[in-house]
Design a protein around this ligand. Sequence first.
Ligand code: NDP
Length: 447
Amino acid sequence: MYDDLSLEHFMSGLKKRTPGEKEFHQAVYEVAESVIPFILEHTRYRQAGIIQRMTEPDRTIIFRVNWEDDEGHIRVNRGYRVQFNNSIGPYKGGIRFHPSVNLSILKFLGFEQTFKNSLTTLPMGAGKGGSDFNPKGKSDREVMRFCQAFMTELFHHIGPNTDVPAGDIGVGAREISYMFGQYKRLRHEFTGVLTGKAIEFGGSLIRTEATGYGNAYFMENMLNHHNDSIKGKTCVVSGSGNVATYCTEKINHLGGKVVTLSDSSGFIYDKDGIDAEKLAWVINLKTVKRGRISEYAKHFGAEYHKGKRPWGVPCDLAFPCATQNELGEDDAKTLVANGCKAVSEGANMPTTVEAIHVLLENKLLYGPGKAANAGGVAVSGLEMTQNSIRMAWTSEELEQKLKDIMQNIHNNCAKWGKEGDFTNYVKGANIAGFIKVADAMLAYGVA
Ligand code: NDP
């Protein structure tokens, strides 16, 4: 069965088994490109069919979610939880509420999570879930009713030692609180079953900031490793949600200048830089007023580019922090032509396979999301530990742990991705993430 383990043969088998799941195919291809040559050199992984097993989720749960809107109409959405791999710990990964959510997107995210969680060195397996529910434009009460209905099914499948979900696009502190409240009500118990909780009921300090901070640290680590740093660099950031805003905050702390932010309607360009005061305004706009980034341009007199992405703005460093496939081949060529030196992904799979090839061929430092945005799930892992030992660490302690984890992830990727003077962080992240999970699977036998 495993005689021909060429990339083409493997991918054509996967596509036959999972027709139409294009984001999932893309995520697997990106990993298989670097992991298959490694497997061919290590026959124990090949004989045990590890890559074939790793690309099939342990199980997928799909369910109907009924809820009532403010006008009394009954609405129906679809809920999912993809429990991908629990070889090194309970399933762990976010919940996404966005109209684009489908099985392919959640499988790509769950698959990526396997490698990301492994890279953190914490004992966390991988999962991902969500719904095609769109929280935008809904009242607080509607969001609450939806979250409660969603958890009424999901609670059967999760638990502190089974599966511990967190937030993602469209799921922030408000949604996690509604879901945690419902879980507690249904189970009659208070346990650390979700991460990203508020501080008052078991949340961890700096969890909100962790993904964005971690991404800026990963960029700093890549640059330091090549005798450079963020200080004085012009940075282009996409998105204006959780990851984008806290990535901007840490870039500012490290002495860089962020000149763009975006949302799904367009981007703003502020040549003077988005300082702490302007950033606080954006965070309030996005988390309290739930407004559009175009309002920034009006408020601060910056440029607004409707329907466009920010990659044409000349920069030294780029940080895609919005969503999947937001940076294509032409964008990558533009970044290269404008002299960009490095790209670090806050979002999951924001760069297409073709664009990754352009970046690597031109020897840019490129930090893939599974390594560069692992700070969020790492602090989620620390939240689980704090819940288990019933203690809370301080912000300073947690930020030091986050910094150390990001440095370790970087060093591990650099070790496996060394190609002469160049560091191929894609190869490094894929192989380093693969080994730990693969070895655990080998140890269990055919299980
Ligand atoms: P948020 O919901 O807080 O923000 C998402 C941002 O991306 C918003 O600015 C949103 O704009 C924009 N966006 C969403 N969809 C699109 C689209 N189709 N086209 C253009 N822009 C879009 O999410 P997060 O910041 O939490 O997540 C951002 C990315 O980071 C995702 O890829 C997520 O998987 C990843 N990630 C998040 C982690 C976390 O801890 N939160 C952890 C690791 C990865 P708009 O408001 O117009 O929709």
